[in-house]
Design a protein around this ligand. Structure first.
Ligand code: ADP
Ligand code: MG
Length: 703
């Protein structure tokens, strides 16, 4: 066996976590830090200085030369600017490494080159990063050396959030406060804090790096823009949970080690449905840390793939015709005395607090379905949602038989007298144990599924930050809790009032519940009958950010101002337009400089063959037929290329960013599809040796 790995010893070794702080900080300083972490507030500068010094000493002992305020601008990924610990040399030329409390707490990166959706013009160019004390600092090693990363929030001079962390933290406070009101109503006096927890499952593809480098579409767009299907796809279902290949396994092993050192609880790994697709799931944790850790997971995957001669594709749809990648966002809310508010217990029909929580969530999801859909929108995800593999673009909630039955009883009679129990699973083999059975089977097609003691929001895209979905979930559920608590806190007869409220919410919002097959055409029709929104694209979803309902929701809980929401909507259009433009230009480049020249060369060869065969006195039937087919597809391709060139230029020249985004979606994207079709057909006709880049088969099956 290989060398024994002491996972317990390495876990968190690159994190300045509570344990390290307790060891390295004076007792009173440690206490102050812990207090601010738990209850909020600010560290005094004197304390911050002590923490900074301890952090620096620890980092330097581990080889660090630089620190960075690590933040999450609206690009969806992370940003970092490295500063070394180098201080002023003294008169003897001696230098001491330094790091002050001020530098720990606050940074001033130039904000002008990050997306701000007009906020900058309205407010200030200057941006500030502020230490998020609730997320531990960590060490990251890249080619530049070891860097101390300090998780920070990123705001404008006047306090507008320019990032994904600030609103997330605000939303966590909102749900925490409102959820606490609910548990108090049910007599829980011990709980002082309620936190949202998140476990995001990360899907990804791995391809060979050398082959990746031969494909401009993968390099520039992160997904293939051309490509005929390989003879084999995922139809045999032999990849899902299949044996992990050597090279991929070696990558996963290193990935786990690196993540464990960073305190990320990498737990589950397996092959996913599509060839070359895999998944990693960590153990759930506080929403804020889960979001940071998900960013670390994505970064580490990309970095380690390179070391293994691989390339990690996080795009939602790298390959047409096989499954794309998503991120199942598992979400629950827990009190600090250990109660998961989404745990129904053995007999949910008797668990009134759970039923109220459930009714509130159904109400929230129904009212804000458009916003929730929006929170999972990104460019790549447009190819996934509603495309018969991932959840449809329609938001609905899966509850499972047991809860659906309870909800039905409550709506019909106002009372749920019974509930379906799990029972035993009979294996029918005397040497196998009979297993206790869950009361509900799984459902794979629902975008928002109750899975035992959490909700699993499955729409989220694989490349996207999970901040937005969790900001939205926290906010909409906080609102529903707030409205319920407003009523119940005033009620004379609490039992009666809560009973009525549950019935009312369930009756008003049960249209959002759907337990059937979300992939079916019937569901699309049924959802329309029920009046549920079916928002097919990222830019159609963007408007949900600034409806009156949304603005009211976010302003009420001080999560976003109207101006912040407007800026975020604008960034959606901008991002979409720019991304599609890159894709269109990439296709134009590949078509004109690679595919068309290759096809011309191939047809030359064919033409020569036709003449040679004829000269030999034989009729070149097959050769001539192939030549004429290749030629006609080539003509089609050239025409489609010209259309795309024209339409790209026209869209690019537009000024109004929203109109421009729609122009890209309605005109440029179809023009891209029209160019791809003949190119993919040509790929099937042209000699493989003459095709200018690796095919789907090369990319997905030869990792
Ligand atoms: P699945 O069978 O749904 O693929 P996985 O084990 O791959 O399940 O992932 C489930 C995810 O849900 C894990 O990240 C897990 O930690 C997380 N999870 C489990 N319980 C909770 C909870 N109460 N709240 C939030 N996330 C949870
Ligand atoms: Mg999973």
């Amino acid at each position: 066996m290989s060398e024994v790995l002491n996972v317990e010893a390495i876990f968190g070794e690159n994190v300045f976590n509570l344990g390290t702080m307790r060891e390295r900080l004076p007792k009173n300083v440690y206490k102050e830090v812990k207090k601010v972490m738990d209850q909020g507030g600010e560290l005094s500068l004197a304390t911050a200085d002590i923490v900074a010094k301890a952090m620096k000493d620890w980092a330097v002992e581990h080889g660090a030369t630089h620190y960075t305020h690590w933040f999450q601008p609206l690009t969806g990924i992370t940003a970092e600017k490295h500063d070394s610990f180098i201080g002023h040399p003294d008169e003897n030329g001696r230098m001491l490494m330094e790091f002050s409390g001020k530098e720990l707490i606050k940074g001033e990166p130039d904000a002008s080159s990050f997306p701000s959706g007009g906020l900058r013009a309205t407010f200030e160019a200057r941006g500030y990063t502020a230490w998020d004390i609730t997320s531990p600092a960590f060490l990251k090693e890249d080619a530049t050396g070891v860097i101390l990363c300090i998780p920070t929030a990123f705001c404008s001079y006047t306090g507008e959030a320019l990032d994904k962390k600030t609103p997330l933290l605000r939303s966590m406070e909102a749900i925490g406060e409102q959820a606490l009101r609910i548990v108090k109503l049910f007599g829980n006096t011990r709980a002082t804090k309620v936190t949202a927890s998140v476990g995001p499952e990360q899907e990804y593809f791995l391809v060979d790096r050398q082959k990746y480098l031969k494909r401009e579409d993968l390099i520039f767009a992160g997904r293939t823009l051309f490509g005929a299907p390989a003879p084999k796809g995922q139809e045999l279902e032999d990849h899902y949970f299949g044996v992990i290949r050597e090279r991929v396994g070696a990558f996963m092993k290193d990935l786990n080690i690196e993540l464990w050192k960073l305190g990320v609880t990498a737990k589950t790994q397996h092959n996913e449905a599509a060839p070359a697709q895999h998944e990693l799931a960590p153990i759930y944790e506080t929403a804020n840390i889960a979001v940071d850790h998900n960013q670390i997971i994505m970064e580490t995957m990309k970095k380690l793939a390179e070391r293994h001669g691989l390339r990690c594709l996080l795009n939602e749809k790298p390959f047409a015709g096989v499954n794309g990648s998503g991120k199942h966002n598992n979400w629950s809310i827990t009190t600090d005395d250990g109660m998961n508010m989404l745990d129904p217990g053995e007999t949910p029909n008797e668990n009134i607090q759970f039923l109220l929580v459930l009714a509130c969530i159904l109400k929230a999801v129904d009212i804000h379905a458009d916003l929730l859909r929006q929170s999972a929108a990104d460019v790549g995800n447009d190819h996934r949602l509603g495309a018969n593999e991932a959840p449809p673009a329609i938001i609905s909630v899966f509850l499972g038989e047991q809860l659906e039955d309870v909800v039905r009883q409550l709506i019909e009679t106002g009372e749920a007298k019974s509930c379906l129990l799990g029972g035993k699973l009979m294996t029918g083999v005397s040497t196998l144990p009979d297993l206790p059975k869950d009361a509900t089977d799984r459902n794979r097609t629902s975008p928002f599924a109750f899975t035992g003691n959490k909700f699993e929001f499955r729409m989220v895209g694989s490349a996207d930050s999970v901040a937005s979905p969790n900001i939205t979930l926290n906010a909409i559920v906080a609102e529903a809790f707030c409205e319920a608590a407003d009523i119940l806190e005033k009620a004379d007869d609490f039992d009666m009032a809560v009973h009525d409220l549950i019935k009312q919410y369930l009756t008003e919002h049960h249209r959002i519940i759907f337990n059937g097959n979300g992939y079916s055409e019937e569901w699309v029709k049924e959802a329309e009958r029920r009046g549920l929104p079916n928002i097919k694209s990222m830019i159609e979803a963007a408007g949900a950010l600034t409806t009156e309902r949304t603005v009211k929701l976010f302003e009420r809980f001080h999560i976003f101002t109207k101006a912040e929401l407007e800026s975020r909507e604008e960034i959606e259009y901008e991002t979409y337009a720019k991304s599609i433009n890159i894709e269109a230009l990439t296709m134009i480049d590949m078509a004109s400089k690679q595919i068309i020249p290759a096809v011309i060369k191939y047809s030359q060869k064919l033409a020569k063959t036709v003449l040679d065969v004829k000269a030999a006195g034989v009729e070149p039937v097959v050769q001539a037929d192939l030549l004429s087919r290749v030629n006609s597809k080539l003509t089609e391709m050239k025409e489609a290329l010209e259309v795309l060139q024209r339409e790209e230029a026209a869209a690019f020249a537009m000024e109004d960013v929203k109109a421009q985004a729609f122009r890209y979606k309605d005109v440029v994207v179809p023009a891209m599809e029209a160019l791809r079709a003949p190119a993919d057909e040509l790929e099937m006709l042209v000699d493989k040796a003459d095709w200018p880049f690796p095919t789907y088969g090369d990319l997905m099956f030869e990792v």
